[in-house]
Ligand binder design. Sequence first.
Ligand code: PMP
Length: 308
Amino acid sequence: MYKKTDKIWMDGKLVPWNEAKVHVLTHTLHYGVGAFEGIRYYECGDQGSAVFRLKEHMQRFIESNHVVALELPYSLDQLMEACLETIRVNGLKEGYLRPVSYIGDEPNAGLWAHDNDIHVSILTWGWGAYLGDEGIKNGIRAKVSSFTRMHRNVSMTKGKINGQYVNSVMAKLESKKAGYDEAILLDTEGFVAEGTGENIFVVKNGVVRTPQLGSILNGITRDCIATLLKEEGIPLEESPLTRDDLYIADEIFVTGTAAEVTPIREVDDRRVGTGKPGAVTQKMQKLYDDAIHGRTPKHKEWLTFIET
Ligand code: PMP
């Protein structure tokens, strides 16, 4: 459940939450061409609140739009400032930020609509642990999905593109209906790709492995974890992972802005390792938590403080 806030930034104007509406002929509603981001901001003790890796998220937002041939009418700086303004005006100290772009309803209604106006909205709301408090503490139960992650020439996986999330929503639905917390999707070659909104890491005999970029989103949390592992001297390999690599792993965890670092304690009804979050997972959870809350001086560059 999300917590509503007061105002939504829509094309440069701050609009009351209940009035932030679009026309039903909005092109993106029909065909899914647009992009979005998911960003979190956190309280950092007496330093105030800070947005975590704002610049990287908004750079990816621009790139995602570029991938689907949408050139936004805003610069990176303008978009970053709009994000900060949305946070400031709503007064939350911690929350989630959702920039979204979409093609408008005029003048074209068919597929060819790249001369329609392009819109950007930015929303913020309060959001707790995405995979549940219990999940982040003790681990979640995951199921390998019957839905395949889309081939990189079917969807364009470097982009966080609206319509592509049908794949994630279907996989999530299937896993939840079957009584699991999350789905793990395989790619078209049958190797492990990612969760519905998370990247995946597998620990075996002290080595951490994660799928290479190819049919997965280039996660910003994934990048943080790669940095943190390196700083800890824990080896990380980008390599193909099979379904049974998951079954025989010592530890598995997933990463994402929403999910943060969440342990997986069971895959397809097989216990992972001891069935409890392992040492590497716990270390990454702690280091990530320190970084997002401004407790790691060397990673201050990941934070954009919100001036009030
Ligand atoms: N994969 C998918 C499919 C996602 O939607 C997300 C969430 N953006 C991620 C991975 C994790 O990305 P990030 O760490 O940048 O939030």
